[in-house]
Design a protein around this ligand. Structure first.
Ligand code: HEM
Length: 180
């Protein structure tokens, strides 16, 4: 997984909890490398261990933590890739174009980057399905990111996000709907 995701996880833990929680988390996850940088790709296993330990420490489920973390990631991801965002987009448009713009760019930056494939079907101006496909089985993170995107566009109150298949699969269908 891209170092940016680890760097943001570190910041998430430091801001939601504190620095010593992060150190404790690294220790519990048996990781010595305290720092990650955005130029490298790190083993997915490290992320699973960190989130797994965080779940034990907080009493939240790994899925809940993935969702919260996904929501937290969005402003930074938007900032980093702002050149690819079109000013006329709102939540559903942005989701519709993630695969062909942002994730495409992420894949081109480094052969080791493997963001999930998001097959998006726009059913109407107010509804779409995201078919998430990834061996990482992190669709809970995707659900959190969708919530974060809705918040970014000030649509948190009107956007409904609902996984329609089990959240732990390699393929998960997520329904996103705007209620007017
Ligand atoms: C500004 C928009 C976005 C940017 C810049 C972005 C960027 C990234 C990057 C850099 C990674 C790490 C890839 C790797 O290490 O191989 C990633 C992973 C991921 N992205 Fe995105 N992303 C964006 C939007 C989205 C959206 C809208 C969703 C969900 C609908 C999403 C779902 C995910 C998930 C779930 C992962 C974790 C890896 C996996 O499940 O296989 N991303 N993204």
């Amino acid at each position: 997984m891209h170092g940016t995701i680890f760097t943001l996880l570190k910041r998430y833990v430091q801001t939601q909890y504190d620095h010593s929680t992060w150190i404790q988390l690294l220790e519990n996850a048996d990781l010595t490398a305290a720092d990650f940088d955005h130029k490298h790709v790190y083993p997915d296993e490290h992320l699973y261990r960190l989130v797994g330990e965080a779940a034990t420490m907080t009493g939240l489920s790994a899925d809940e933590l993935h969702e919260k973390f996904g929501e937290y990631l969005v402003p930074d991801l938007m900032y980093m890739y702002q050149k690819l965002l079109r000013p006329e987009w709102t939540t559903l448009d942005m989701l519709e174009h993630t695969e062909s713009t942002m994730h495409k760019q992420v894949r081109q930056e480094n052969a080791g980057n493997t963001p999930p494939v998001l097959h998006v079907t726009r059913i109407s101006p107010d509804e779409l399905f995201i078919d998430y496909v990834s061996a990482r089985r992190m669709s809970a993170l995707a659900v959190g990111i969708v919530r974060g995107v809705a918040r970014y566009y000030d649509e948190a109150e009107s956007i409904e996000v609902e996984p329609t298949t089990s959240e732990n699969g390699e393929q998960v269908r997520i329904r996103v709907r705007r209620i007017r």
